[in-house]
Write a protein that binds this ligand. Structure first.
Ligand code: PLP
Length: 677
């Protein structure tokens, strides 16, 4: 079962909301502008939903328009305010010098300000109102700048951190300074979670989005204070009293109405105290699972449904993959920026250290979740912590690990290789970099094997060697070595059945042989000339691999095509290729948590991308069909491309990964303990 913890991005549609939408689409499908009975029925529904929304938001005499969502509401509000500023300017009032917006606003706000200011020829500078470490607006800055502001935009609650703004404090400053600025309060994340009394405030515009509260995407609301300037964004048939033309999204409005009805009757939505207790349970589960975890915003100052945190030493991406493997959906920063691994501008604006801003994870739930959901979420969090400890990624309390073969560590394209042998309990490192030392030291300590050598001749490698010596103590090699870390008086270094040698001595590539047969050469920063003496088909593991090739050869090989398999055809593929090997290329911390499709009689192998080099020699000789899979299809495509480039004719990737597999009943998914523990 999926545990969906990304409600600030969007929510599922409430059952009764989907039913209401279906009813409108299939039966009560009238156009509310029609004067016949079908139209009148539609109009009655529309009026009823609006009346309910007005009651809940306490809009008084203000307007409440149905729009397509918050982005449209924001455009309309900004256009209205800026068009008013243009009119004031034309009438000789030049008092507006700038446009103010909170530094942590959703991008829709500053982008709309920029866009409309330019289009209307206002070209007023945008000034960001700074926030403090808690994410709260700097009221002194506001006091200084409000008198000459044309508009002030301050969200009710932040989508990334959940931080609740001090709207009363902001309003007081606007009153005290006599500011003529129009006030836009993006209220998207407040709906259903914070009490709003719009008619009692000075707020001019407040946009809302249905899909953040169990209605479908494509419906929203815009509150406009009575008397606030207004310019329609959409002109046309005169719907919504000519304030917003276009036939109304009746299915969306019906669904939103059903959500608001459920909210009003109080039986479906949890009260604030209950939500706070859920938030506290999740926070406690996170702190127990991830020692050292830091909340990026104080939970008690945030929406009761949001937690934003970072864990020292763990990237946001790793944590998201970990949770995803446990069928728990969280996000890094906001959904819009989650695809890019960039630090959150919201957390940067709060002055948080770079690692916290770049490593942020947001966990958010909707106000209709129940006890059972929270208990399951806490159990998944605990399982994620256990997976990290099992796989030596927890900041503390890791279990010992067994090391065998080659593990690749990468940092910004640079590659370092850890070679280990479990039988002799020995290992060695090739080309470590200073930035990798913490992760390497942790992995080596969990493994506990003494290092035979730490190889690498560049100044960075030498610096890493010195840092590792400090971090590792007893596990560091003690024998005298040359400048590249190679132990003096040794021609080869033995690791169980494998030997490492240098060819030629001193400056050559590092050749890994098994039982005297060359398997692979580690080529570091060497150019092609320095490799000419190697057999043309020998696999070459590079010192940097921006393109994720994993290995190349000297022989010019005609890359074969990667074969793509749709998830729906998985069983048919297995039936047609009884000799196929299905390869899970996700990392061990993901594999430990997750279930894989159980298919009749097919061979399955766990081979994380970081350990792919171990399998390449055998797979290239065997040429059996290989179907790689991962979570999203990215890593499996990389693995299949690496094999195809090296001349494998049957390298398949599962398009879209496990995420797109048709969902199957839980019993069809089974972890294979032998494979994954
Ligand atoms: N404002 C905030 C605070 C939001 O969280 C979002 C959505 O992420 C928006 C505005 C934009 O809403 P929509 O994409 O529904 O138009």
């Amino acid at each position: 079962m999926e545990i969906y913890l990304d409600a600030n991005a969007t929510t599922p549609v409430l059952f009764q909301a989907a039913q209401a939408a279906r009813q409108v689409m299939a039966e009560d499908f009238g156009n509310p502008s029609s004067v016949h009975s079908t139209g009148l029925k539609a109009r009655a529904m529309l009026d009823q939903v609006r009346a309910r929304a007005r009651r809940l938001l306490d809009t008084g005499a203000g307007h409440l328009l149905f729009v397509s969502g918050a982005t449209e509401g924001i455009q309309t509000a900004v256009l209205s305010a800026l068009n008013e500023l243009r009119a004031r300017r034309a009438a000789g009032d030049d008092s507006a010098r700038w446009l103010l917006y909170g530094a942590t606003e959703h991008k829709a706000v500053p982008e709309a300000l920029k866009h409309w200011s330019q289009l209307l020829g206002l070209d007023l500078p945008l000034l960001a109102i700074p926030v403090n470490r808690q994410g709260l607006h700097d009221l002194d800055f506001l006091r200084e700048h409000a008198p000459q502001a044309g508009i002030v935009c301050t969200m009710a609650a932040n989508n990334e951190t959940g931080v609740i703004s001090d709207l009363a404090g902001i309003e007081a400053v606007l009153q005290q300074t006599g500011s003529q600025a129009m006030w836009l309060v993006d209220s998207v994340q407040a709906l259903g979670k914070l009490e709003l009394h719009l008619s009692r405030s000075r707020i001019d515009y407040a946009p809302f989005s249905g899909h953040k509260l169990y209605a479908p995407k494509g419906v929203g609301l815009l509150y406009v204070r009575e008397g606030a300037p207004f310019t329609p964004l959409l002109a046309g048939g005169g719907q919504e009293g000519s304030l917003r033309s276009g036939t109304e999204n009746m299915a969306g409005i019906a669904a939103l109405g059903a959500v608001l009805a459920a909210f009003e009757d109080g039986s479906t939505f949890r009260d604030e105290q209950t939500l706070r207790s859920y938030q506290a349970r999740l926070a406690a589960a996170l702190e127990a699972a991830f020692p050292g975890l830091i909340f990026n915003a104080e939970p008690t100052l945030s929406l009761p449904t949001t937690l934003n945190f970072a864990v020292p030493g763990l990237s946001s991406r790793l944590l998201q993959d970990l949770f995803d493997a446990a069928e728990s959906r969280v996000s890094g920063g906001s959904a819009c920026s989650a695809a890019k691994a960039q630090p959150s501008y919201v957390l940067q604006a709060m002055g948080l250290p770079e690692w916290q801003a770049a490593g942020a994870v947001r966990m958010s739930f909707g106000p209709v979740v129940d006890e059972a959901f929270i208990s399951e979420a806490c159990a998944r969090i605990a399982a994620c912590g256990l997976s990290l400890r099992r796989n030596c990624l927890s900041p503390v309390g890791n279990d010992p690990t067994i090391g065998d073969g080659i593990t690749r560590f990468t940092q910004d394209g640079a590659c370092c290789y850890l070679l280990a042998d479990s039988a002799s309990q020995r290992c060695l490192l090739i080309d470590p970099l200073p930035e990798m030392v913490d992760a390497l030291a942790q992995a080596l300590q969990c493994q506990g094997y003494p290092l035979l050598a730490v190889l690498g001749s560049s100044p960075e490698h030498q610096q890493a060697r010195a840092l590792l010596a400090q971090a590792l103590g007893d596990l560091m090699p003690t024998a005298a070595c040359d400048a590249s870390g190679w132990p003096l008086h040794h021609e080869t270094l033995a690791l169980g059945a494998s030997q490492l040698s240098r060819q030629p001595l001193d400056e050559g590539p590092l050749l890994l042989s098994v039982a005297g047969q060359p398997q692979l050469a580690f080529t570091g920063g060497l150019d092609r000339m320095a490799l000419e003496h190697l057999p043309p088909d020998l696999l070459l593991a590079p010192g940097s691999d921006e393109e994720q090739q994993f290995a190349t050869t000297r022989a010019v090989c005609h890359a074969l095509p990667v074969l793509a398999l749709e998830g729906a055809k998985l069983q048919a593929f297995v039936d047609a290729h009884p000799d196929a090997l299905l390869v899970d290329v996700r990392e061990p911390y993901e594999q430990f948590l997750s279930l894989t499709p159980k298919l009749n009689g097919v061979a399955l192998q766990a081979m994380p991308l970081s350990r792919l080099l171990n399998a390449l020699p055998t797979w290239l000789v065997e040429q059996r069909p290989l179907l790689f899979f991962c979570r999203s299809g990215n890593r499996s495509r990389q693995a299949a491309m690496a094999l195809a480039r090296l001349g494998h004719s049957q390298a398949w990737t599962l398009v879209g990964g496990l995420a797109l597999l048709p969902s199957a009943p839980a019993e069809q998914f089974q972890p294979d303990p032998a494979l994954y523990v």
